[in-house]
Design a protein around this ligand. Sequence first.
Ligand code: ATP
Ligand code: MG
Length: 575
Amino acid sequence: MHAIWSVIKIGSWAFVLSVIGASIVSLSNFGLSFLIGKITQVSIDQASAGTFDLHLMISLATYLVIALPFIIMGQTLNLVGGQFAEKRLKGKMIDHVLHQSEADIVDGHSGDMMNLLTNDAAVINDFYFQGLSHRAIGPLVAGIASLIVTFSVDIRFGIIAVIIGLTTVLTSTRYSKRIQDGYLSAREAQNSATNHVSEILTNEEFIRLYGIDHKLIAEYDQKNMDYGKKVLNAERNKHKVTGWNESFDLISKIAFLGVGIYFSFTSHFPFSKVMLLLPLQGSISYMFGNLGVSWNYILETATSATRIDDFLTTERENLRMNLPSLQSVAASSKILFDHVSFGYNRDHHILNDVTLDIDAKETVAFVGASGSGKSTLMKLLLGFYNTDSGNIYIDTQDVMQFNLPSVRSQMSYVQQEAPLFNLSIRENIKLGATNYDTVDDSAIIVAAKKAAIHDFIMTLPKGYDTQVGENAGKISGGQRQRIAIARAFMSDAPILIMDEPTASLDSESENLVQLALQNIRKEKTVLIAAHRLRTIQDADTIVVLDHGHITEKGNHRELIEREGHYFNTFQNQHN
Ligand SMILES: Nc1ncnc2c1ncn2[C@@H]1O[C@H](COP(=O)(O)OP(=O)(O)OP(=O)(O)O)[C@@H](O)[C@H]1O
Ligand SMILES: [Mg+2]
């Protein structure tokens, strides 16, 4: 029940609109069957009495004229409702994807998310558009209306219709569970195939290099075959049900005729009434025959809806929007990590009692073995995680006392492999701008020059208008990275965080990035993590992290003189 509520909840008012639309359509269709029956009945009566009356023909024509706009309106409501429900659903889902907590994003499988956004969403959309009206509302509304008319014409025919109908339900429900299970396992097979494709797409270079394409294609074939088999199986059961239902429809029509003839001989029952009931009988058998299938269809939809609802109700990132905005003084962006401890799990600490005072416009470099906690420290400052104990201050203000977007707006961030979007280079750089809507080209060019990427962009035939997506292969790792750095330079944020910006670069690109850093360090407080010490050699302060502790701190000269971890690493890298 909860699952069904989920379907309705997600669609909200748009769902109600589409239900009303579907009901209008089926009521109008019912009216049509009723009138046809009525005309047949009256015609027979008139023919046997030798009279002729145009009245009914005229009322049929009138009904058609009146019903047609209703049918169109109903269908439009159904469609518009479905469309809005779909839009709402997709909007809510993508919004939630972008507002999950960092921990949920890291823990989740991106393939599962894709399935949720594509396959499960498609099931719900089909339900809002077609499924709901064709498989649930339509049969039910027309069936119940027909049953009411049948009972009111002659209670005995109503009873016959219900008895035959219930027999149909008994046989069809035998299959309905199998049909549902069949579709469910088909969907799982489909998800598995989708995951496989997304894995192939993300790893295609590796696949070609290692020549494992045949193996992966064979696996994909196998998965599709499996999917096909499961669909076929579910469809086969569904066709059995359809077959049964059609037989029962025929049986009940014959029963109506037979009983009608019997009644007209034994009592004064006018046989023409049977002609009124026959067209309605179709809707009644269809309703009963589909009860099981419709119910299971709703359950199947509900399975997807539950998955989506579970996802939509996972905890969102706490942006602390009830708190005021942090207004840092750009001229003095000091940072203080005050006895900060943190672990991704409670029992395993990654950072232990880290205290670090960073001055405004100081450039601080973080070095240390892989896994020592450099990125983690940066993620805490970026507000992706909260500390377990200790506080982080920007300009002597505890960041936890302010809303997160305002804290984040103090920083720009360049990752090891900074993402470029499928936009022009100009747009990609512009994305970082604080004043996005008013920023002009000259500012973009200034940033690109500072990031030492302007000259390269000018060598491209389309310059700043080059589309990144089409030219992904023509822009090297180092160039991408410098475009991303230009993007970070577009921001007015007083703090720049760079997590191994040069890790994947050759030494020439590294030199250019270093140059870029020289261009910006006078303007901002810079935190930079790097393995290659050459990149950070002239930082104001170098911090050595070891298992979440600060073990050394000082400038290059001081740390060399100390002859500790930094000295050893430096020796290794330069011999
Ligand atoms: N999301 C996460 N969940 C659980 N553990 C994590 C997560 N991210 C990182 N870790 C662990 O935290 C520790 C510190 O990781 P972190 O990424 O901060 O190291 P790092 O110093 O940046 O290393 P590298 O130089 O390799 O980038 C590592 O042991 C890592 O396995
Ligand atoms: Mg790291």
